[in-house]
Write a protein that binds this ligand. Structure first.
Ligand code: FAD
Ligand code: PYC
Length: 418
């Protein structure tokens, strides 16, 4: 992938003129070398670049990453995709994403292995039953599929599930979104990267952004990186887990906390788990990848940190919960575990939009649940960045909501303790 070579060319040219430009070349504005710079080559950043190029005619875009593309949360998550959120604003953005998932492999000409095998969320108490039934009704009113299952129907949909009454938290029913499912995480990053690159986007790996430059009017003029400065008038920060650090470079304080969230996989086995199962109460979620591994997610650590490994006691608790729900899995060995750093807002909904700094845009705060949003997030963020005003689906997710109080509380949206 190309690096920020245009700068070396400019500086060579400049040196040829003894360090200053001929008068007729001088511009009162700084020269924008890229139309837009996206910080973060995760799924959201790459999708943003792809839609900027494919739908908004941007030709000079750089996506910078301090590591390798897809090496952040995109390559570390458990890939659960669904749109069964409670509030209309959330349902709209996640359903927008789900519709894009349905045609993504064709759009990118790359198999992202989206598999709508159904996401089933278990209820273990009367409170859970009421909450999930409320979600089912809300989703139906929003035009989103979600249905209520009895314990027997849940067992028929997922045979390894124990619905016996002797377990600590018996299954009292489940909400099922049949269009929900999983995808191949790496393939999503690679698919967007390849399609963006084919449209001329420069993806620069091992290029950490260390500063955000601003002009006398306060607007952004470029970024400082470990590979030199890059000039641009539009910056999109899409750096999950590290957003606060980057935004502080422009003097913007973010309502975010970063936590490690971890996952693990079992040894590979023959197909046994036909769908995705999530349980908020016992804190576990599980599916089976096409490689045969059971993919199991745990909760966030109790303390903020930038460690890419979660506490072992959190994984142990999750495995206990899995073994209780699926006794047949007790005999399996775990193959590997890892962590990612997620950034969480107070209302557990994302921030997508402009900032008080002209030219600086931010897409963050997806917390434990942003993989499912990748195509929709990139799509609406690209439109917001290109037009300089929020895409209607992104509008409720403004940074400003923490000033106005129009919060979108989705703290109960996932089976992840956060
Ligand atoms: P990332 O993929 O993290 O990309 C951000 C990039 O920014 C990184 O590559 C990083 O290197 C780069 N970066 C950071 N700082 C800088 C800098 N200074 N300069 C340059 N680059 C920088 N979501 C779901 O919907 N379903 C799930 O089942 C699910 N499970 C999860 C399980 C785990 C264990 C984890 C950790 C997360 C899970 N999530 C899930 C959340 C989901 O992974 C994230 O919300 C989503 O992947 C975020 O994507 P992204 O592109 O914004 O971030
Ligand atoms: O948001 O569905 C989700 C999720 C599952 C695991 C982590 N996040």
């Amino acid at each position: 992938m190309a690096g920020p070579t245009s700068f070396s060319a400019w500086s060579l040219l400049r040196r040829a003129f003894g360090g200053s430009w001929p008068e007729q070349w001088r511009s009162p504005e700084p020269q924008a070398a890229y139309d837009a710079v996206i910080v973060g080559a995760g799924g959201h950043g790459l999708a943003t670049a792809y839609y900027l190029a494919s739908e908004h005619g941007f030709r000079h875009i750089a996506v910078l990453d301090k590591g390798w593309l897809g090496g952040g949360n995109t390559g570390r998550n458990t890939t659960i995709i669904r749109s069964n959120y409670l509030w209309d604003e959330s349902a709209a953005i996640y359903e927008h994403a789900l519709k894009l998932w349905e045609g993504l492999s064709q759009a990118l000409n790359y198999n992202v292995m989206y598999s709508p095998r159904g996401v089933m969320m278990l209820a273990h108490s009367h409170h859970d039953v009421r909450v999930f039934r409320r979600h089912v009704h809300a989703n139906r009113a929003q035009g989103i599929d979600n249905e209520w299952l009895t314990p027997e129907q849940a067992k028929a949909f997922c045979p390894p599930l124990d619905i016996g009454s002797s377990v600590r938290y018996p299954v009292m029913g489940a909400a099922l979104q049949r269009r929900g499912g999983i995808a191949r995480h790496d393939a999503v990053a690679w698919g967007y990267a390849r399609a963006a690159s084919a449209l001329g986007v420069d993806i620069v790996q091992n290029c950490e952004v260390t500063g955000i430059a601003r002009g006398p009017d306060g607007a952004v003029t470029g970024v400082e990186t470990t590979r030199g400065p890059i000039r641009t008038r539009k910056i999109g920060v899409v750096a999950a887990g590290h957003t606060s650090v980057l935004m502080a470079m422009a003097g913007v304080r973010m309502p975010l906390e970063s936590f490690p969230l971890q996952a693990l996989v079992s040894e590979p086995i023959k197909p046994v788990m036909p769908c995705v199962v999530m349980s908020n109460t016992v804190h576990a979620y599980i599916s089976q990848s096409d490689k045969g591994e059971l993919v199991i997610g745990a909760g966030t650590d109790a303390y903020t940190s930038y460690s890419q490994a979660g506490g072992p006691h959190i994984a142990a608790h999750t495995l206990e919960a899995i073994c209780e729900l699926f006794p047949a899995f007790r005999r399996l060995r775990m193959l590997r575990n890892w962590g990612g750093i997620v950034d969480c807002t107070p209302d557990r909904s994302p921030i997508v939009g402009s900032t008080p700094v002209p030219g600086l845009f931010v897409n963050c705060g997806w917390g434990t649940g942003g993989f499912k949003a990748t195509p929709g997030s990139g799509h609406v963020f690209a439109a917001t960045l290109a037009r300089g005003e929020p895409h209607p689906i992104a509008a409720p997710f403004s940074l400003d909501r923490f000033r106005t109080g129009r919060l979108i509380d989705e703290a109960a949206a996932a089976a992840v303790s956060h």
